[in-house]
Design a protein around this ligand. Structure first.
Ligand code: NDP
Ligand code: 2IT
Length: 445
């Protein structure tokens, strides 16, 4: 019997009650992949998609730590080891108040497809904790990270599961966690990516997700004979992904007119300058400042409590978090003549909004394709660690551009409909096929 979307989703929702983000991520994939499965009965017979929507395992643990006042504190830690059919589990750790099982399952599921698209041998995973590093001292963050790793270390390893950063986890947190992992395991291995350059990190890893989202936009524009140069861009977020997307866009001659944070957005009608961007990067990385502070310092416009999608632009780069662009935002962008949306974040576009972009035939790149540059350079960091070598900035950047080009090529191969590329379709089917073929070859596992 052919697989049917609504029946499949009803079963998934019944088995995973209340996990809204997970349901949404699976639905977006299922909608594109089920028609493909129905043309390939071998996948259907082997229940490949049913198996792919069930994580290999989920580890949930207590993280106890002590704050600077001597109070005991408890958080919940997670690692969702989603699928290792094509390589060791690989994916970031998120530290944010909002973290829960549904969010980490959606992120782990997305990671499986994304990692498959990179062309590198990596399975998918995600983890994190409902811990907010903001407003905590370095000593508190260190104690939390050490405690978190004291449990997680037994579940990971260079050939088992390789974590990295995500929201709230940057160089500082990765360093504390890697240090504790090394101490507990008594091994110096590539069991973390996004490490500092002094201890096995890769050139360009920090920049890779943002740069990759822009390289992907360049590939999409090239299909219509256009370039990034001279176009205006609105970016949400002002963290790792957003700021390096801004840097690359500016380098390529685009005008970045907005960035945002949890409190609102800044409007820079003449375009952000290198000096101002450097200030924001330093402020967000090292001082947890707000864009409101920045706007005060530079006399620019801050719009509190609003998202930046109300500004007219040629290109939009949602680079903050999931579901940060809804259908009203999508309508505004379409009405304002925006041509391209490249998702730096994971699932930033709500389901109804992404359907609108597809129907409007926008150049719309889903996160699993557009933001795969970060995990790709993580993959190259793993290769360099295994070889006990490190490559130059130029070499890593060259490989990043080549990987983004190949991801684009796969989207074109699997997503072209009536001469137009549907990137959501292409990314989902291409990502699915490689993992599905591996699972098929393994038999019933
Ligand atoms: P960061 O923590 O460095 O930055 C996140 C940014 O998004 C911050 O500016 C933050 O605001 C803003 N933000 C976070 N949550 C919200 C919210 N609920 N509402 C409004 N703004 C919010 O994280 P990253 O840049 O690493 O990650 C951003 C996105 O990119 C995430 O979806 C992540 O999963 C995805 N991603 C990250 C990769 C990486 O390599 N880091 C790779 C691929 C995808 P504030 O400054 O106020 O905290
Ligand atoms: O969502 C992602 O791809 C990341 N946060 C990066 C994962 C990684 O292992 O580099």
């Amino acid at each position: 019997m052919a697989l049917e979307l609504d029946r499949f989703m009803a079963g998934l929702v019944r088995r995973n009650p209340g996990e809204r983000e997970f349901h949404q991520a699976v639905r977006e994939v299922a909608e594109k992949v089920i028609p493909f499965i129905n043309q390939h009965p071998e996948y259907e017979k082997a229940l490949i998609f049913e198996r792919m929507t069930e994580p290999d395992r989920v580890v949930i643990f207590r993280v106890s730590w002590e704050d600077d006042e001597g109070n005991f504190r408890v958080n919940r830690g997670y690692r969702v080891q989603y699928n290792n059919a094509i390589g060791p589990y690989k994916g970031g750790l998120r530290f944010d108040k909002s973290v829960n099982l549904s969010i980490l399952k959606f992120l782990g599921f997305e990671q499986v497809f994304k990692n498959s698209l990179t062309t590198l041998p990596m399975g998918g995973a995600k983890g994190g904790a409902d811990f907010n590093p903001k407003g905590k001292s370095d000593a508190e963050v260190m104690r939390f990270c050490h405690s978190f790793m004291t449990e997680l270390y037994r579940h990971i390893g260079a050939d088992v599961d390789v974590p990295a950063g995500d929201i709230g986890v940057g160089t500082r947190e990765v360093s504390y966690m890697f240090g504790q992992y090394k101490r507990l395991s008594n091994k110096f291995t590539g069991t973390f990516t996004g490490k500092g350059l002094a201890f096995g990190g890769s050139q360009i890893r920090k920049e890779a997700t943002g740069y990759g989202a822009v390289y992907f936009a360049r590939e999409m524009l090239a299909t219509c004979g256009e370039t990034v140069e001279g176009k205006s861009a609105v970016i949400s977020g002002s963290g790792n992904v957003a700021t390096y997307a801004a840097q690359k866009l500016m380098e390529m001659g685009a005008k970045v007119v907005a960035l945002s944070d949890r409190r609102g957005f800044i409007h820079e009608p003449d375009g952000l300058t290198n000096e101002r961007l450097a200030y924001i990067i330093e402020m967000k990385e090292n001082h947890h400042g707000t864009l409101e502070d920045y706007a005060r310092e530079f006399g620019s416009t801050f719009c509190p409590g609003k998202r930046p999608w109300i500004l007219p632009c040629d290109m939009a780069f949602p680079c903050a978090t999931q579901n940060e662009l809804d259908k009203e935002d999508a309508q505004t962008l379409i009405n304002n003549g925006c041509k391209l949306v490249s998702e730096g974040a994971n699932m930033p576009t709500a389901y109804a909004a992404s359907t609108m972009f597809e129907e409007a035939h926008m150049l719309f790149a889903p996160g699993k394709a557009a933001n795969a540059g970060g995990v790709s350079i993580s993959g190259l960091e793993m290769s360099q660690n295994s070889m006990r070598m490190s490559w130059s900035r130029e070499e890593v950047d060259r490989q990043l551009q080549e990987i983004m080009r190949r991801i684009h090529e796969q989207c074109v191969e699997y997503g072209t409909v009536n001469g137009r590329v549907n990137y959501v379709k292409g990314a989902n089917i291409a990502g699915f096929k490689k993992v599905a073929d591996a699972m098929l070859a393994f038999g019933i596992v």
